[in-house]
Ligand binder design. Structure first.
Ligand code: FE2
Length: 298
């Protein structure tokens, strides 16, 4: 039995969360992340999982075979990915298909993630995403005029759930000035065995900008612009295991990663990204919406 309290960083019990305390804020500013255990009830975690099971039942992998891979990045040129900013689209795991794109595992085990507008397109995900607690957390961490711009349901499937390399989320959701804030919610226990989050405490303070930018090209597709090719200080990374219901909030510049899941246990998570409406959101960010569906706040 894992003792979640015996970790090398401070965790907060948030079952009675009523706002960000000065201690929470100073830890968040210093380390770039904040761990809030029991921020979401087990029942609400189960509700999201159940709802995703319903949504995924309607997905036909024969129609959309877009593999999401943070290592190969090949999804970046596909319209199904590029048009997902305001929709609910389903992305496959790299190890779930053969060289012809044919599924080699059951559909329910083939999904890598679902995104990127669950928080606007589905009432169950919207309700949780726009809860009073999430609103209070965002404002307490210093985000003014929050806009909810991206949501993802991430599977990290048993045995085939792929590695996510060290990155900063602001690479994908850049604003001027930087304002990206991430919420990462464990829908099941996330441990070192099944691919929990890892991060570099304080790594968000080393640079004032993301090291790279993932941008949409005018003529279609995407490109990655390297601003600083020095490696992340991965020797300083720590595991951030998270029991079911734990929310990890982190700065968009916080370097983080997750290992492949070689265990027999899935590691479902729900993530939400927010920016400030007072910051400029460039129109070459990969995630764009039609004019009729602008980003919304809480
Ligand atoms: Fe990330």
């Amino acid at each position: 039995m894992r003792n979640w309290d015996k970790m090398t960083f401070q965790r907060f019990k948030a079952s009675t969360f009523e706002g960000v305390t000065p201690e929470m804020k100073s830890i968040f500013d210093r380390d770039g992340f904040l761990v809030l255990d029991q921020m979401v009830s087990a029942d609400d975690c189960d509700m999201l999982r159940h709802r995703m099971t319903e949504l995924a039942a309607d997905f036909n992998p024969a129609e959309h075979k877009t593999v999401f891979s943070s290592t190969s990045g090949r999804h970046g040129s596909e319209d199904y990915f590029l048009s997902s900013g305001h929709l609910i689209h389903f992305f496959l795991e790299e190890g779930a298909t053969d060289e012809n794109g044919t599924l080699i595992v059951p559909k329910e085990q083939a999904l890598n993630k679902v995104g990127h507008a669950l928080h606007d397109q589905d009432p169950v995900f919207s309700r949780l995403s726009r809860s009073h607690r999430f609103k209070s957390l965002a404002s307490g961490l210093g985000l003014t005029d929050a806009l909810l711009i991206q949501s993802m349901y991430i599977y990290k499937q048993p045995r085939i759930g792929g590695e996510v390399l060290c990155h900063q989320d602001a690479t994908y959701l850049s604003t001027e000035p930087e304002s990206c804030l991430a919420f990462w919610l464990a829908l099941e226990d996330a441990t070192e065995d099944n691919g929990c989050l890892w991060g570099i405490p304080g790594g968000h303070r080393n640079r004032l900008k993301p090291k790279s930018l993932f941008k949409r090209c005018q003529n279609g597709g995407t490109k990655t612009i390297i601003l600083d090719n020095s490696p992340f200080d991965e020797d300083a990374k720590i595991a951030i295991p998270a029991p079911k219901g734990t929310l990890i909030a982190f700065n968009g510049l916080f370097p983080h990663l997750s290992a492949a899941n070689h265990s027999d246990k899935s590691r479902h998570a729900y993530t939400l990204h927010l920016i400030s409406a007072q910051a400029d959101y460039p129109d070459d960010n990969w995630l764009q919406r039609p004019a009729a569906m602008p980003f919304k706040g809480f």
